[in-house]
Design a protein around this ligand. Structure first.
Ligand code: HH2
Length: 285
């Protein structure tokens, strides 16, 4: 793995070893942990603190579910969910990522001065998003690929060449960011597992991560945790039962060079990565 840095606001995240992004969903309807930690700010903060104890390197805070068919959330509601948590984690000394696809939410959050990374499943396609991020000097950015929108993306996803099309899209989005003045070391890319993809599309992307990385030249962030593809491969209908399958998928992506794992189950992933780092990939003698 090439040693790289991800410039993430107040932090320079070293990517020589894989990093864990712990998920803090402030949404009553997330597919994986809907409502469990979002009852109030205190339960969300306790959960975030627990993820850090378990080994999270980054916290990813989100106030809108993007699961297939998720309910509409107004920008006001999204902000009301995330603002109190952002205000509290400000002094924690860890990189804070905000999972949002709305320019208005990004703008309010960046004004608070706490957000180190904007994680956008829509790859900064909302009007004004690229320009807003270009005005920030060092905020990290994750650009994700999605075919369609959450409300329709799983109806009938179609590609001629899923790996090539995802690579071309991510290259185009990162090129737009760079043309607007965003430094390349601020950018990470994400193929968007489950976002307008069948199981076969997800498997093809996973198998071709090295090509995707070579083609685009940016670090990869991977979000497979507890997703439907893990359910399809294991037969586990209940998302909370997909921990072991998710860890296997995280390791499969690390083995192919991905650097940032976005996960719900931080402890399980952190333990697996400790063993992985000690024992090394199969081709190391
Ligand atoms: N997946 C989800 C949300 N945000 N961001 C990135 N970069 N990559 C992903 O794969 C990704 C993401 C969906 O997962 P989750 O947050 O657990 O569910 P929900 O959208 O229902 O809150």
């Amino acid at each position: 793995m090439t040693t790289r840095i991800w410039q993430a606001g107040r932090f320079e995240i070293g990517l020589d070893k894989p990093k864990i992004m712990g998920i803090v969903n402030l949404t009553p309807d997330s597919f994986s942990d809907g409502g469990v930690y979002s009852q109030n700010t205190q339960t969300a903060l306790a959960h975030a603190e627990q993820l850090l104890k378990e080994g999270a390197d980054i916290l990813d805070i989100g106030g809108e579910s993007t699961r297939p068919g998720a309910d509409y959330v107004s920008p006001e509601e999204e902000w009301a969910r995330v603002e109190p948590v952002l205000a509290e984690v400000a002094g924690w000394g860890v990189p804070i990522s905000l999972d949002t696809r709305r320019t208005v939410i990004m703008e309010e959050a960046l004004a608070l001065g706490v957000v180190d990374i904007i994680n956008d499943v829509a790859a900064l396609t909302d009007e004004g998003a690229v320009e807003l991020l270009a005005r920030q000097s060092d905020t990290g950015i994750c650009l994700m690929h999605m075919q369609g929108l959450p409300e329709n993306m799983q109806i009938n996803p179609k590609y001629q060449d899923v790996v090539g099309e995802v690579a071309r899209y991510l290259k185009a989005r990162s090129a737009e960011c760079i043309a607007a003045g965003i430094a390349p070391q601020r950018i990470a890319l994400d193929p968007g597992f489950g976002f307008g993809k069948t199981l076969q599309h997800n498997i093809a992307l996973m198998r071709h991560l090295p090509e995707l990385m070579a083609e685009t030249g940016f670090p990869l962030l991977i979000g497979v945790s507890r997703k439907r593809m893990i359910g399809e491969l294991t037969g586990q209908a209940n998302a909370a039962e997909r921990v072991h399958g998710s860890v296997a998928a995280a390791l499969a992506s690390v083995a192919r060079g991905a650097q940032i794992m976005r996960v719900h189950d931080v402890k399980a992933t952190a333990d697996a990565l400790k063993v992985w780092n000690a024992l090394g990939p199969a081709d190391v003698r």
